[in-house]
Design a protein around this ligand. Sequence first.
Ligand SMILES: NC(=O)c1ccc[n+]([C@@H]2O[C@H](COP(=O)([O-])OP(=O)(O)OC[C@H]3O[C@@H](n4cnc5c(N)ncnc54)[C@H](OP(=O)(O)O)[C@@H]3O)[C@@H](O)[C@H]2O)c1
Length: 286
Amino acid sequence: MKKKILIFGSEGQLGHDLAAVLAADYQVKAFSRVQADITDFNSVFKIITREKPEFVINAAAYNKVEAAETQSDLAFTINASAVGNMASAAANAGGVFVHVSSDYVFAGNKALFTEADEPNPLSAYGQSKLKGEKLIQSSQVNYYLIRTSSVFGIQAGKQKMNFVDTIIARAKEDKALKVVDDQIMSPTYSFDLAGKIKELIEKPAPFGIYHVSNQGSCSWYEFAQKILELMSINAPITPISTEESGTKVNRPKKSILKNLALEKEGFAPMPTWQDALSRYLKEKYK
Ligand SMILES: NC(=O)c1ccc[n+]([C@@H]2O[C@H](COP(=O)([O-])OP(=O)(O)OC[C@H]3O[C@@H](n4cnc5c(N)ncnc54)[C@H](OP(=O)(O)O)[C@@H]3O)[C@@H](O)[C@H]2O)c1
């Protein structure tokens, strides 16, 4: 009998890839926002209690970093309270909870961040994701808490565009490309992240926090340059500072996640972000 996995947020970049990657080996029940709004605490608790899955995976999140500054109540409800509710429900049902958090829980004041580093978020979005982490840790549930960064995935194009698709679309429309070069991160393909989550639960690795980003790092400007190069698009692109970008949100200057726990547990390293980007572009723009 295949183990049962519930996925919430199944129409996001990661949720979509998780459902695809897990489908062959598990009994997957995937819930979109329409099928299960995670802020409807009672009905989500009831679904988890009724289904008694071996794993509950939360791929749903409020990811609008700019808007979270003015909609922090909503960000905290989705990224924290709803997460605490799912953790309790999973514990109650005897299942393991898998949740995804962000590099934005860190202040960005170090060369790289391991699982042992102390979070210190700069933005409302980061604070809401950290609160979600803390609610899981203070619950009774067995958990894999996975932090990742700068996610791109196939599903994004259906409802909204991720950074990669935005750069390509703007370049094709001859729109000016100005991209910040003073924020350094590790771009991560949701397909690679989904695959590593599958490996984690199958090993099974010890419960706890795992950083899972594609290897290597770059500025958003360097990322955009690579996207254009791999797509053979010859468009002018200008590096700008965060200050020049006009953002009102404090973001980490460097949020490189070191996948130290994966390394210690003997997992194969994640592919480089350049390799991940090249596979993504072939898959989406072939
Ligand atoms: N994207 C990034 O750059 C990034 C960076 C670091 C960490 N992460 C984390 O990685 C995880 C996966 O991110 P992703 O890129 O796959 O995000 P995504 O593509 O934005 O998907 C999030 C999904 O959650 C759904 N959702 C939002 N509110 C919901 C609610 N109340 N109930 C049920 N579903 C709801 C969204 O539905 P709608 O589209 O209908 O709103 C969307 O389908 C998240 O935990 C995110 O915080 C992402």
